[in-house]
Design a protein around this ligand. Structure first.
Ligand SMILES: Cc1cc2nc3c(=O)[nH]c(=O)nc-3n(C[C@H](O)[C@H](O)[C@H](O)COP(=O)(O)OP(=O)(O)OC[C@H]3O[C@@H](n4cnc5c(N)ncnc54)[C@H](O)[C@@H]3O)c2cc1C
Length: 426
C-alpha cells in the first residue's frame, strides 16, 4: 500500500482511530488512509488473505461502538469531484463531504440530495439511503445514485450499475456499507434555481401552537416544501426553545405564503429564513461540525394524532434536542433500493450528549419513555442513517429487504472481509 498505516502504539494512532462521534470508543487493529482506489484493492486482498475484517469510516458520523479488531479505513484522499452540469450528474470520490458537492453544483442551479449537515460524507450517506432536505421531492439520496465504483470482497475492482449487477446495485442503494468497499459514486443532480429556507425560533411556551401549525402545514404541503419541528434545550439552560426548520425549493413569496400559519404565533425570537445559495444548505440547521459527544436515535412515526402530539410536547430533558422530520412525498413512491418505499410521514430524531455512562443511561430512559408514550404511532423502524449504538440493521428494513440483503451478503462476502457500522447479518 502507498497510503498511511497507523498501528497501536504509533504516534497519532489514538487520534487517527477516533470517530466524529466522541461518544463511541473504537478499539481497532489498524487505521489505514487509502492513497487511491488501487490501495483499496490491495488492502481488501490483504485482509481476505489474512482472514481480517475491514470497516470503512470516512468520518465516523455514524460510528456504532462495535469495531473491535477491525482495520479502520479512511478515504479522505479519494477527494475528486467531477461535475457535468449539462448531464446534471456528479462523480464523487469516497472521501468527499456534501458541502463540497453543494458548493460546486449550486452555481449551476443544481443540487445534490444532501441532508442537514454539510460535513457528512456523500458515499456513507447514500449507502445508508439518506434523508435529504429535498427527499420529499426526489426520494432517498440513494435513489439518485446511478453507479458505484467498488472493490468487492475478493479485492476485484468494478463499476456497479442497475444493468451490470442489479442485486449488488440494489443492496448498495441503502443497505449500508456491508457489501463492498466503495471508492466513488455517480449521482444525479437536481434543478434548484431557487431555495428559500431557514429557522424560526420561539420560547418553549409556544410549543403547543407551533405543533398545531406544524401538523396543519405538513398535512398538505407540496413536495417542494420540507418542514421539521425541533425542541431544543441548550446545556445548562432551564428553558427549552421550539423551532421549525424549513427548506423550500422555490421562490420566497410562495414559500412565505405556504408558511403563513406560523406567522400568527406570538413571541418569535429569531427568523433566519431567506433565499439561500445551495452552498448554505448546511446552515439551516445549526448542527455541530467539529467532533461531538452527540448521539442520535430515531423512530419512524405513522402519524401525529392528538395523543402523540401531547407526548411529543412533554419536556425533552435529558435530551439536547428532539426533532420531527417531515417525510411523505417522493418517499412514498416505489423505490428500487434496499432503503425501499417509505410510507411513514414523520421521523422522530432524538439527540443527546453522552458525557458519562450515567448520561447515556438517562438518554436511553428518555427514549424508552417516548417509545411507550408513542406506541400507537410507532412504525418500529428507523432510517438506516439514524440507527444508534445498540440497534441492529434489522430495524431499518422490511423483512423482505432484510432477507434479500442477508442473501446478497452471504453470497458476495462469505468471509466478512467488509463490515458495516450496522452489519446486516448481526
Ligand atoms: C450532525 C449530523 C447530521 C446528520 N444529518 C442527517 C440527515 O439529514 N439525513 C440523514 O439521512 N442522515 C443524517 N445524519 C446521519 C448520517 O447520514 C449517517 O451517520 C451516515 O452514516 C454518515 O455517513 P459518514 O460516511 O459521514 O459516516 P461514517 O460513520 O464515517 O460512515 C458510516 C458508514 O457508512 C459506510 N461507508 C462509508 N463510506 C463507505 C465506503 N466508501 N465504502 C463502504 N462503506 C462505506 C460504512 O459502513 C460506515 O460505517 C447526520 C449525522 C450527523 C452526525
Amino acid at each position: 500500500m502507498r497510503g498511511q498505516v497507523a498501528l497501536p502504539g504509533d504516534p497519532g494512532f489514538e487520534t487517527a482511530s477516533r470517530a466524529w462521534s466522541t461518544a463511541v470508543t473504537q478499539q481497532v487493529r489498524a487505521v489505514v488512509e487509502l492513497a487511491d482506489a488501487d490501495d483499496a484493492a490491495a488492502l481488501v486482498r490483504y485482509a481476505r488473505r489474512e482472514g481480517l475484517t475491514l470497516s470503512v469510516q470516512p468520518s465516523g458520523h455514524g460510528a456504532s461502538d462495535d469495531l473491535e479488531g477491525v482495520i479502520l479505513v479512511r478515504t479522505s484522499k479519494l477527494d475528486a469531484v467531477r461535475l457535468d452540469p449539462v448531464a446534471r450528474t456528479a462523480r464523487v470520490g469516497a472521501g468527499v463531504q456534501w458541502g463540497r458537492v453543494l458548493a460546486e453544483a449550486g452555481p449551476h442551479g443544481l443540487t445534490g440530495l444532501a441532508g442537514s449537515s454539510a460535513v457528512v460524507n456523500v458515499t456513507g450517506f447514500c449507502l445508508g439511503g439518506g434523508l435529504s432536505w429535498f427527499g420529499r421531492k426526489h426520494g432517498w439520496a440513494a435513489d439518485s445514485v446511478t453507479a458505484f465504483d467498488i472493490v468487492d470482497a475478493d479485492g476485484q475492482p468494478g463499476r456497479i450499475t442497475a444493468a451490470s449487477d442489479p442485486d449488488l446495485f440494489w443492496a448498495l442503494r441503502g443497505g449500508g456499507g456491508d457489501f463492498a468497499l466503495v471508492t466513488a459514486v455517480e449521482i444525479d443532480l437536481h434543478p434548484a434555481p431557487a431555495v428559500f429556507g431557514g429557522q424560526m425560533i420561539w420560547p418553549g411556551t409556544a410549543a403547543p401552537a407551533v405543533m398545531t401549525a406544524f401538523r396543519d402545514v405538513t398535512a398538505d404541503a407540496p413536495d417542494e416544501l420540507t418542514v421539521w419541528l425541533q425542541q431544543f434545550q441548550p446545556p445548562g439552560s432551564p428553558d427549552a426553545l421550539t423551532s421549525v426548520l424549513i427548506a423550500y425549493l422555490g421562490e420566497e413569496a410562495r414559500g412565505r405564503a405556504l408558511l403563513s400559519r406560523f406567522d400568527s404565533i406570538p413571541g418569535r425570537l429569531q427568523d433566519t429564513r431567506r433565499m439561500r445559495a445551495i452552498a448554505d444548505l448546511g446552515e439551516i440547521a445549526t448542527e455541530p461540525t467539529d467532533p461531538s459527544p452527540e448521539i442520535f436515535a430515531s423512530e419512524l412515526l405513522t402519524g401525529i394524532d392528538d395523543h402523540a402530539a401531547e407526548a411529543l410536547l412533554q419536556p425533552i430533558t435529558p435530551l439536547l434536542a428532539m426533532e420531527i422530520r417531515h417525510l411523505g412525498g417522493a418517499f412514498t413512491r416505489p423505490s428500487d433500493s434496499a432503503a425501499g418505499q417509505l410510507t411513514a410521514p414523520y421521523c422522530l430524531v432524538e439527540v443527546g450528549l453522552v458525557t458519562t455512562p450515567e448520561s447515556r443511561a438517562a438518554i436511553e430512559t428518555r427514549r424508552q419513555q417516548y417509545r411507550d408514550a408513542l406506541r400507537p404511532v410507532l412504525a418500529d423502524r428507523s432510517p438506516f442513517t439514524f440507527l444508534t449504538p445498540g440497534d441492529t440493521a434489522a430495524r431499518a428494513f422490511t423483512p423482505a429487504a432484510l432477507t434479500r440483503l442477508r442473501a446478497i451478503k452471504r453470497n458476495r462476502d462469505p468471509h466478512t472481509v467488509i463490515r458495516a457500522n450496522y452489519p446486516v447479518l448481526a
